[in-house]
Design a protein around this ligand. Sequence first.
Ligand code: F2R
Ligand code: MG
Ligand code: MG
Length: 349
Amino acid sequence: GGPASLSRFRGALVAGVLGDCIGGEFEGAEEVPMESVLQHLSGLDDETKGNGVLEYSDDTAMTRCVVQSLLTRAGFDEQDLARRFAKEYSTSPGRGYGNGVIQVLKKLSSFQLSDVYQPARDQFNGRGSFGNGGAMRTAPFALTFPDRADVKRFARLGAMLTHSCSLGYNGAILQALAVHFSLQGALDLPLQFINDLIAEMEEVEDNKEARNDARILKEAEKPFCERLHRVRDLMNRSKVSIEEVISELGNGIAALHSVPTAIFCVLHCLQPLEGLPESYGGLERTIAYSLALGGDTDTIACMAGAIAGAHYGIEAIPQSWIRCCEGAEDADVNAERLHKLYHQFPQGV
Ligand code: F2R
Ligand code: MG
Ligand code: MG
């Protein structure tokens, strides 16, 4: 479909769920042979094996809260979103949430809370979380607001309900921007896509808080820009091993070690890859490759899935995968609602 078509919305929201559900199998594994990934994926095609439903984790649980809040409030409402996160956690606490964020979600349940951003600020001795929990649930902001300034503003605020460290919320902005650009068809020109992301993040990271957090955590002055430059360097290489990707970009639970990695997975899988079945299209390659990196596989595949889904559209997703994943059909229905909401806003840049 063309820019911001319904197919792209459906692809983004559904493939995000698929990445989470399918990637959950390998979360935390140090090494994941591609053979094991392909075996896992072929099991999804084989209904006679009776795989049943792959459950979604915190990534999708929180994304669903963002979607429901944006749809119900027809825009961003931090009180409503905070309430939904808290209620979701208290109803289903076993979805594999990060160890730190649980404290925030418990405090958000309190009726006396006057500032919904305060529990996140108290995390990690006041430094805030730099985990990827803000980034993993941020795609719906790109699927609601056509204007790039709104995408950045609300991705930041949506993440800050749990992640007050700039290395957490700036990761959410980067992921939302990647979905935003992909939705416009920007992955047709991959080099332009990465250059645009770098230009945006140059601005996003150009402030006192970001510089201060980077200094305390001994990162580069503009950590996400620096990682995106590494993504561009890797893109320009004819051969890149999994080990090099992990050592250059990371595969961990920090936003800095997973959002640029997810973006790289999408870019790297735009073309056929050695070691992957020829029958695979770009979306299947992206999910398979994200899993083979090991580490935070559900979250990297969820983020890469959302970016890739916005590029390839719903037609690229195997029906058998959709059938196996809890919440995938709901995501499809909600994508259509978000598409309507998006087109009610003035079309921005
Ligand atoms: N947590 C997991 N998976 C591992 C265990 C799953 C579960 N226990 C089970 O077995 O079922 N997955 C999910 O968590 C990630 C998103 O995490 P989020 O929301 O960012 O959480 P949190 O707690 O804020 O941060 C994660 C960890 O990062 C470290 N950290 C963050 N900020 C820090 C800081 N300022 N200083 C020191 N450490 C910091 C901490 O270890 C946090 O616990 C996703 O992968 C999702 O799938
Ligand atoms: Mg998870
Ligand atoms: Mg994870």
